[in-house]
Design a protein around this ligand. Structure first.
Ligand SMILES: [Zn+2]
Length: 69
């Protein structure tokens, strides 16, 4: 990284500039933003659960009253 003070290149692990002693900013670790997709105010997993419940509910509807005859 370049020293913001004297514009001299420094290794990334340097804390202060080797030339002017200026304190170098810490390199920002590249962090992946947490993927938190939300649809209609609900996270995707909530929709999956709702979908499963709907399927179960439909299955019960199709089964109808259980005839023991
Ligand atoms: Zn410097």
């Amino acid at each position: 990284m370049k020293c913001p003070n004297c514009n001299t290149w420094n290794p990334d692990d340097k804390i202060v500039c080797w030339r002017c002693g200026f304190e170098l900013p810490k390199p920002q670790p590249k962090k992946q933003p947490a993927v938190n997709r939300v649809i209609g105010g609900l996270p995707i997993w909530a929709w999956v659960v709702l979908g499963l419940l709907l399927v179960v509910w439909l299955a019960f509807q199709c089964a109808g009253p259980i005839s023991t005859g």
